[in-house]
Design a protein around this ligand. Structure first.
Ligand SMILES: *Cc1c(COP(=O)(O)O)cnc(C)c1O
Length: 397
């Protein structure tokens, strides 16, 4: 690998030349089934004809003008997101971390505008991931990612994910908001229970706090609803989106109710690229597909099928896997040997997956997979399990 790149990634020795649907191809013609989907980004798979069409048509017309001018496709995308969510206002960014930063800024501004500048702290969860900027690292509080980057931005308190007693005890007169991933992704595919999400809504209402959901990974159809919190029958005040929203084009957004957004005025926030015409054309094209009749039902059904087959795989192979986690097409396999070894073995069998905390292998296929791809993935998983030595130490038979 080139020394010219900052060595911040431990990359696999593999490069792809093209993609088609759920498959990626190397220059020498090897085919891989992509159950990583660019880390939950390629929600519609690779080279989706509707997205390619949007990109090429818009690419030939206009890419970028800045937010000094009206961007009709951005207004349209915002209106469509508003129509299909709890939100009244949308801000477009280029990435997840930026969307989270904006959401956090909005929460502080809300209380400031209400005459409570002392309410600036945000309660977040252990094991969370919210991005790699200084503030989002601090929000997640993961010591591994913060190492050497101190002093960390101040204003975050951490509690155990799913624990309402700890959460209630952490609320102070300085608390502005609660920030939670409805399904923790990087943290190891840990879904919040619907009861927990409902209790968060109640506690936010009781104390006048903003409820912020980070749906950057679990949103945009991945659980079988457009947004993961819909399963709990409650709504947040603010939500960050990215990953699947652009189908592979860099795009993020944060959404808020009119009330939560009430502190944000002209000049309160900005982004040079955010919501540019090229991104907006593609964002609209992604939504065209996701909002199409039956799309989300398909995600739910194929997710159930995949999970049922993974449950059987795990039951038959306790020497390799401990459990299946997750919902829809945001699934995790908790590994017995190190997840990295298994991910490499699966890759050798033509199946791409992603690691996560707690020794989990993330299964994040494009949302367009069919039963054929489920079976293909299971074949690769079964082969790897069959080859795996049945000794306590895994690889050292
Ligand atoms: C990926 C992710 C982010 C950060 O998104 P970037 O686009 O990498 O900045 C934030 N929160 C969650 C839950 C994520 O999965």
């Amino acid at each position: 690998m080139s020394q010219a790149l900052l060595p911040t990634y431990a990359r696999a020795d593999l490069a792809f030349e093209r993609g088609e649907g759920p498959y990626l191809y190397t220059a020498d013609g090897r085919r891989f089934l992509d159950f990583a989907a660019g880390i939950a980004v390629n929600a519609l798979g690779h080279s989706h004809p509707h997205l390619v069409d949007a990109l090429t048509k818009q690419g030939a017309k206009l890419w970028h003008v800045s937010n000094l001018y009206q961007i009709p496709d951005g207004e349209r995308l915002a209106e469509r997101l508003v129509a299909d969510s709890f939100a009244d206002r949308v801000f477009f960014s280029n990435s997840g971390a930026e969307a989270m930063e904006g959401a956090l800024k909005l929460a502080r501004k809300y209380h400031h505008a209400k005459g409570h500048p002392e309410r600036y702290r945000v309660i977040a969860c252990n094991n969370a991931f919210h991005g790699r900027t200084m503030t989002t690292l601090s929000a997640a509080g993961n010591a591994k990612y913060l190492e050497g980057f101190g002093p960390e931005p101040e204003g975050f308190d951490h509690v155990a994910f799913g624990n309402m007693n700890e959460l209630r005890a952490a609320i102070t007169p300085e608390t502005a908001a609660i920030l939670v991933e409805p399904v923790q992704g990087e943290g190891g595919i840990r879904p919040a229970s619907p009861e927990y999400l409902r209790a968060l809504r109640e506690v936010c209402d009781e104390f006048g706090l903003l409820l912020i959901f980070d749906e950057i990974q679990c949103g945009m159809g991945r659980t079988g609803k457009l947004f993961a919190h819909e399963w709990a029958g409650i709504t947040p005040d603010v939500m960050a989106l990215a990953k699947g929203i652009g189908g592979g084009f860099p795009l993020g957004a944060f959404l808020a109710t009119e009330e939560a957004a009430s502190g944000m005025k002209a000049g309160s926030h900005g982004s040079t690229y955010g919501g540019n015409p090229l991104a907006m054309a593609i964002g609209n094209a992604v939504l065209d597909v996701m909002l199409d009749e039956g799309f989300l039902k398909h995600v739910e059904a194929i997710g159930k099928l995949l999970k049922a087959k993974l449950e059987k795989l795990v039951a038959a192979n306790p020497h390799v896997f401990e459990e299946v986690r997750g919902t829809g097409l945001i699934l995790g396999l908790k590994a017995v040997p190190t997840n990295g070894e298994l991910i490499a073995a699966l890759r050798d069998r033509g199946l791409l997956t992603v690691g996560a905390a707690e020794n989990v292998i993330r299964i994040l296929p494009p949302l367009i997979i069919e039963e054929e791809q489920v079976d293909e993935a299971l074949t690769a998983l079964e082969q790897v399990c069959a080859d795996w030595p049945k000794t306590a130490l895994g690889g050292v038979a």
